[in-house]
Design a protein around this ligand. Sequence first.
Ligand code: CA
Ligand code: CA
Ligand code: CA
Length: 567
Amino acid sequence: MTTSIRSFLFFLFILFAGGYLNAAGMDEKILIPQNGYETGMQKIAIIRVEADSFRIVSETGAVQFRGKLSERKFWSFSDEWVQWADFSNFSTAGKFRIMIPGTTYSREISINADPFESVAHAAIKALYYNRCSFTVSEELGGKWHREAGHPDTRVYVHKSAVSESRPEGFVLSSPGGWYDAGDYNKYIVNSGISTYTLLLAYEFFPVYWKQANLKIPESLNQVPDILDEALFNLRWMLTMQDTDGGVYHKLTTKAFEGFVMPADAHEPRYVVQKSTAAGLDFAATMAHASILFSEFAEELPGLSDSCREAANKAWSWCLNNPNVIYRQPEDIFTGEYGDKNIRDEWFWAGTEMSFLSGFAYPDSLLGKIEFKTPSWNNVATLGLLTTLKSGRVSTELQAKCSEILYKYVDNLVRISESAGYPVSLDHFAWGSNSDVVNEGILKMIAYNLTSNDKYFNSALRDMNYITGVNPTGYCYITGIGEKSPMNIHHRPSGSDGIAEPVPGFLAGGPNTAVFVDCPKAVRSKLPALSYVDEECSYSTNEIAINWNTPMAFLAGALSNASLKNIK
Ligand SMILES: [Ca+2]
Ligand SMILES: [Ca+2]
Ligand SMILES: [Ca+2]
């Protein structure tokens, strides 16, 4: 059959099987990962119409696979009953349709060898697009190329941050780093976990990341691109340390700038208050980086030593200033990243410092803190992950840390196995999508340590939720999938005059934590549906470095597995 006849038959098939397609050209009674299914891995679609069975048919309409739908499952977060269509045993690559006999519903699906690489690469490339003090070239940035903004070579010491050697108004240089989120400011607390997450992704999958060409300016050097991108932020972080070892909490304008391009934003910038949380996150990240980059002494001479020295100085400052909580000065109105509980930061930094400098491991904190899904203000689990990966602790400690991780992750998997939508969320916080991908990381690490498929499959379903198997039907990553956010809360995307948003960013996702950002938007009261693709919705549609980096980890882990035909 010639291609044109095949296409024509397929067109007829669509026409007759159809009449159901909505305006966006898709049918949300069937939810699928819009990046595609991987040939050898678990394949689940969510069906939102009551039925008994489903079929996979080829482009010519020939039935390729018949399956029974699961029993009905309820999900309170979207208040609906759904069924799963599981066709994991169908492993032919290509384009097909999933159909529900007895209904008019069907949807195109694709099955291919690696649907994750493009997500992993885009997740890190987005950080390149968010580089501060940096030109995004047309060659690497395509239509989103832009001029550099915020040189940050003349940054003022705010009155909250004065020290003996740097009085109020002292001028320092602190260029580079990533814009934190939809705004143009740079925050150490959030930079720490974001940079660390990329370093950890490399450490778990070094062979995978060494071969990944992310098409960034450093793609031609001898350093893996994921580390080059992490370094762009790490080098900025180094400039945020005062001569006394303390670390500024953030570098910021006094108030958020408007929706203008970086090159058009000229408000004065300040370094603001040194805090213990910033010092500990900085020490942890630098200590981790120092050990990692000692492998690259030839390519990056002196870097490991600089990180070690910075970590030691920050750690000493924190020991002398153990509980300086960040308090937003009255003339500063940008992101606060305030955190009153810094016991978890002490644990993370203590862990990293013990491996860097041989200080005692912070055993005593192990039983006193809660290990949960990592977030910018709860970093305890990062210390746990470093410990498990280090291979440098006693058998007893390794066993103790493993037990803490498995207990937590087993519960996540248990939740996901009985939920209507097979993820582990038990609440929807601001940035709920980042909880999904961070939970995916923990499951992937548990899988890495045990080879137990239940962890792998649950992590895969977390990724699928992000790319479309969720009640809104969105693939939450810009530029990927049939239906993805077009109006993210992101200043360059909102002011560049280009219809498509800057690609590769993960939207924060639905939640019912904040309702005041878009007074005119209609938001569902159901948490999993409370998302709007509107620029004003910073609570559901902003992007952030600490949301993209765990997505890069998870997608990279899955892409690595697909290349090795794992699971
Ligand atoms: Ca490189
Ligand atoms: Ca904390
Ligand atoms: Ca735009």
